[in-house]
Design a protein around this ligand. Structure first.
Ligand code: ATP
Ligand code: MG
Length: 261
């Protein structure tokens, strides 16, 4: 079995009286493709923020390759090899697709400061082979010169993932990368993610599961700040507590497959 790469041990995060994540143990192995699902408010994004350093846990430890990173900032974690998808605000909406890729590439590889790049124009860096590969891999070639503000949401998501992947992270973390996408765009985003399998550890937080069932090797279900099941996809979905809490299937009644599919 592959080595553990990222691990949360007994992490808790409270917001006032609310325990958003309570004493959660969770770990990811190298090159694993894992998913976390759960209903609204289950604590998925909070756990994601704890793993990526956007929140400090009230209790517990986060480790990266055995090293305690509980107090490391998001930037320090990026430096260690973790990368979450950029929020849409991290794209430069008035620049073209290709120039966003150039900026992400150079920011990640620290070849030049962002300001220097902006003032020197991106033009001369557009020929980098990694940029060409990213355009191809993420199916952005046809929109390469389009301003980001004119992209569809699906194209923007592919760009975000491409920007994250250009940093060559060891762990790629995505919080609801499929949210708000049309059916046709979901396929495009999953296709680009599928091409990363085996190269990176991938953690995907999703609200709905029907789209990701062929993609994930492992599934974890959260409910009210706790992990209620973890393991192989179908087996996890059949877990009695998942049927009760996530699918809201009354064990006494039959049929009625909840509202999450
Ligand atoms: N910054 C915050 N301040 C106060 N409460 C918060 C904060 N972030 C999350 N919460 C609360 O913590 C709980 C867990 O929220 P979280 O966003 O982690 O859930 P989630 O599983 O990602 O839900 P969703 O599927 O809606 O994205 C919720 O009750 C939420 O209202
Ligand atoms: Mg969330």
């Amino acid at each position: 079995m592959a080595a553990e790469i990222l691990k949360a041990e007994g992490v808790t995060k409270r917001f006032g009286a609310l325990t958003a994540v309570g004493h959660v143990d969770y770990s990811l192995r190298e090159h694993e493709v894992a998913g976390i699902i759960g209903s609204n408010g289950a604590g998925k994004t909070t756990l994601f923020n704890l793993l990526t350093g956007y929140f400090r846990p009230d209790e517990g430890t986060i480790r990266y390759k055995g090293r305690d990173i509980t107090r490391a900032t998001p930037q320090e974690r990026v430096g260690l090899g973790m990368m979450r998808t950029f929020q849409l605000t991290a794209t430069f909406d008035n620049l073209s697709v290709i120039d966003n890729l150039v900026l992400a590439f150079f920011r990640a590889h620290r070849r030049s400061s962002l300001l220097h790049l902006i003032f020197s124009t991106c033009r001369k860096h557009r020929a980098e082979p990694q940029i060409a590969t990213a355009l191809e891999t993420f199916d952005l070639q046809s929109v390469r010169d389009r301003q980001v503000m004119h992209l569809s949401l699906g194209e923007k998501r592919r760009l975000e993932i491409a920007m994250a992947v250009l940093a060559e992270p060891e762990v790629l973390l995505l919080d609801e990368p499929l949210a708000g996408l049309a059916e046709s765009e979901v396929k495009g985003v999953l296709d680009v993610l599928r091409r990363r399998v085996g190269r990176q550890t991938i953690l995907l937080v999703e609200h709905k599961i029907s789209h990701v069932k062929d993609f994930l090797q492992r599934l974890t279900v959260m409910h009210e700040g706790r992990i209620i099941a973890d393991g192989e996809f179908e087996e996890t979905l059949r877990h009695p507590e998942v049927r009760r809490s996530y699918w809201q299937i009354d064990p006494a009644a039959e049929g009625g497959e909840g509202s999450h599919a």
